[in-house]
Design a protein. Structure first.
Length: 285
């Protein structure tokens, strides 16, 4: 028994959580992070922190534990928002239970959120977050949180493709990156028009190891547009990435005089700036 406890990756929280939709009581699963469970690796251009497998614990995916999911009705949200579902939305969430489950079971036919989280249920939980923020009003910044969930889901599908190649998880990863591009761009547009602020975000992420703030959000928006933006109208796409290039240039100016700005973000932003500049130069030839 001691050996099993020593190898545990997670534990149930002491305080029970009550689902605001179906009133199911459950104990959220929390990740244990000490004793060499998390071995930080590199940082991708999407500001996703990779982790090395531990000899003792194997692969650990911190993102799998970031969603609060009701194991009964599969309503999900970020931990801080889960219990704050507006009263007027509760009946609607309950009515859509079968629909949520049917959609996910097309990809994950044997999901059980009563069981400890793994890579697959972790990806599913981020999908559920993306879907369920439709039920939250604008003060929660739901569009930005949907973008964050879509991006995190895409990273987990990338990992699934590495583990089980040929199962079309790479296609799902690409699909969710494009969904993330839409939500990130829409969130910035909403903020610009005053229809939905970003103030409902406690942390901009995009991963859980570091909060890169508003400037990180701008960077990710630009990166996703550059890599996954719609290119049917080449001129419109070029205008959008040229706008991104100008935004990145402003970030450089701020970064040179700011000691608080994370160094890795500036490095990634400079790389993106150079890539966009080269693309615009090549397409103009």
């Amino acid at each position: 028994m001691k050996k099993d406890n020593a190898l545990k990756l997670s534990y149930p929280s002491k305080k029970a959580t009550v689902c605001p939709a179906c009133e199911e009581k459950f104990h959220k699963e929390e990740l244990l992070s000490g004793s060499g469970r998390l071995i930080a690796g590199g940082l991708t251009e999407e500001l996703h922190r990779l982790y090395e497998p531990s000899v003792k614990y194997g692969d650990v995916y911190p993102l799998a534990y970031q969603a609060a999911v009701c194991p009964n009705c599969w309503f999900a949200a970020m931990n801080e928002d889960f219990s704050l579902l507006p009263d007027e939305q509760r009946d609607i969430v309950s009515m859509k239970e079968a629909e949520r489950k049917a959609e996910l079971e097309l990809i994950f036919p044997q999901l059980d959120f009563h069981e400890p989280r793994d890579l697959f249920s972790g990806a599913a939980s981020q999908y559920l977050i993306m879907r369920c923020y439709d039920y939250y009003p604008k003060q929660f910044s739901p569009t930005a949180k949907q973008g964050l969930a879509a991006l995190r889901a895409s990273w987990m599908f990338d990992e699934m493709d590495k583990k089980e190649p040929g199962q079309h998880y790479d296609w799902l990863a690409m699909l969710f990156k494009r969904k993330a591009r839409f939500f990130y761009s829409q969130a910035l547009a909403n903020e610009g028009t005053g229809t939905e602020a970003l103030s409902g975000l406690k942390a901009f992420g995009p991963d859980t190891d570091k909060n890169y703030g508003y400037e990180g959000f701008l960077y990710i928006t630009g990166l996703l547009e550059f890599k996954y933006g719609e290119r049917e109208n080449e001129e419109q796409w070029k205008e959008r990435i040229a706008s991104t290039k100008r935004t990145i240039a402003k970030m450089f100016g701020l970064g040179k005089s700011s000691k608080n700005k994370p160094g890795p973000l500036l490095e990634k932003a400079r790389n993106l700036y150079d890539e966009i500049a080269k693309e615009l130069e090549d397409t103009d030839d």
